[in-house]
Structure formats: C-alpha cells, structure tokens
Ligand binder design. Sequence first.
Ligand SMILES: [Ca+2]
Length: 370
Amino acid sequence: MTTTRMRMLMTLVSVPFLLAAQTAGAQAADSFEDIVRGVRDEAIRRGVSSQTLNRALTGVQPLTIQTFENNQPERSRQITFAQYYNQRATPAAIEKGREFMRNHARQLAQIEADTGVPAAIIMAILSMESNYGANTGDKKVIPALLTLVRDVQGQDQRARDRRAMFREEAVQALMLVDEGYDEILTRNGSWAGAVGPAQFMPSSIRRYAVDGDRDGRKNLWNDYDDVLPSVAHFLKEKGWKAGQRWGRKVILPQGFDRTLLTDTLREQHNKTPQEWAALGLRLEGGGAMPADNTMRAMIIAPNYNKQTGDFSGPVYMVYDNFRTVMQYNKSYKYALTVLQMADIIAKPARPVATPAPAAMPVQRPDPFNQ
Ligand SMILES: [Ca+2]
C-alpha cells in the first residue's frame, strides 16, 4: 500500500465516540447480510424512505478491503514522528498550500473573520487529508462502511466502539442519500467512508458542514466554497480558540516523571504552563513560560511508548487548539504535523532579490525548531 493511499485511508473526522459507546457494537460474528439488515432497520427507525433504502442497499456487496485498523501509520510505533512528518510536510505540499491560499485569499479571509480559524490550518488539513483534493478515495461509501462493521476484529471495547461507529456512519450515509445527497452513491470516498477534499465522515457532513455559497447544498465533494468553511466550522465547533497558539516545544528536566506525559486524550495531565515550569520544564530556545493561568497545557512526546518505555525525540507542551485539531484525527503525529505545517505555510516564502524563478524551491523547514 502506498504512502499516499495509507494517508488517505486513515481519516476519521469527528468519530462519534460517545454515541458509539452507548450503542451496542455489532458482534464480530455478524454476517454481512445481518449487518445490512440491522442498518436498514435503524435507518427506517430514523425515517429514511424505503425508496432510498432500496436504491442504496439492494444488491449491496462487501468490498475486498484489508483490515487496516492496526496498520494506520499514526498508530504505528514503528514510524518516528520525524519520519511521519517528513513524508507529509514536504516542500511541495507546503508550496501547494501557499498557492491554494493565494487563490482563495478572499474567501479564506472571510472564513477566518467568521470563525477565527487561520487559513493555513485549513490548508494543512486539506494537504494531509487528500493532497488538496487529489486523493479523495476510491471506495463506494456505503459498502465500505458496512464492510468495516463486519471486518473490524476484536472483542475489546475499542473494537466494539469502532464497529458501532462504522454502523452509525452507514446509517448517517443513508440519511444523507435520503436528504438528496446522491453523491454518497455516485462518488467514492476513503475505505473509512470519508469523502471529499476534507474527508468528512457522513455524520460530520450532516452535523458540521456549511453551505458556504448558499446554493442549498453542502457540497463537500468538490465545491471549495462549501469545503473550506466546513473545515473551519468543524474546528470552531470543536473549540478552536482564535488568536491562541497551539503549543511550544519544551525540554524536560532530568528525572521528569514520565507518567505525567499524556498518552491518550482520555488520560490527560493538565497543568498551567507555570505549574509545568515549577516541575522543571523549559521552553526550547529559552524564553519565559507563559504566565496565563487560564491556559491548560499537557505534555506530549510523539515517540514515547508507554509499554516499552522507549523515549526519544521532541516533547511539546500543547494547549486547547492542539486538542481541537485532534478531533479531526485522533493522533498526536497527525495534529503536530498539521499545526507545524500550518505555521510554515503561513510564513511567506523566503524573499528573493532577483526576479523569482518560475518554481522557487522551498527550503525544507525544520519542524523541531519552530
Ligand atoms: Ca453549497
């Protein structure tokens, strides 16, 4: 599987974990036909018309897709953050973001005024999710979701939640069709059922998408007038704080208690920057630790493996906006890459004294020295 393909396969915008956790997960032993029947029954309960269900589900077949649940690169302990970052935040991807931003400058300025979400953050997300719309997936959405309900292995809570989440997304996809979004049937998405340049899941389209050009449709498939404000609206709804930075690279003191590192979003060790300073943390490059006691910061080390204790590489003190980006994809490596890439996209390209060549090479930024 190519890197590009892997990247495209991992998106889980706004996974409704709470809802999933409250719903009985499908048993791994369910047949595909059982799953289709269950999803159909649930869609009927939500008011989806039988005409829609017949169109969407008659003759539906499972896809032949591998189970990638344990293969997602963000989850892999085999790849370091630096490797992950360098594969994604390439000079070409950064330059493409700057160009896209110039081409949509007026719209993006309006979006930032409305939501407080900077254009460069939206650019970095589009880059990571689909290479600015170039790779939006090659799977039929509803068959992919139904197949995942069947194929996610395991009986632990995470596996049950994942199956329930994909089942709910299949119901949401049917509701979208019923609301007139035939693109669910006619266009492809990722293996996980995410669609369009921003890789929104069906439930995220229904809940967070914006009709930016007010033509009556939330076209998350190929209309950037809708895609761009939808990404910003998603982040705003998830708590984006305008004007706040996302975090700082820090240096741990000798003997730092590593149990204070935050290993998952469910297990947070939040302190104010000053409280971290009292434990000996310093900002890399010096400078005073922020004095704002309303800020909640957690310490993350994207290469830290709690099971083995292996630890090397950068450490960050991150604030609320970092957590917000993790709502897009629950991975430190993902969020750190989006945010650092956005910082670089937002900076103007290096000025040149002589007339600019047609394709000016972008300096490879050092993500660990921002
Ligand atoms: Ca629209």
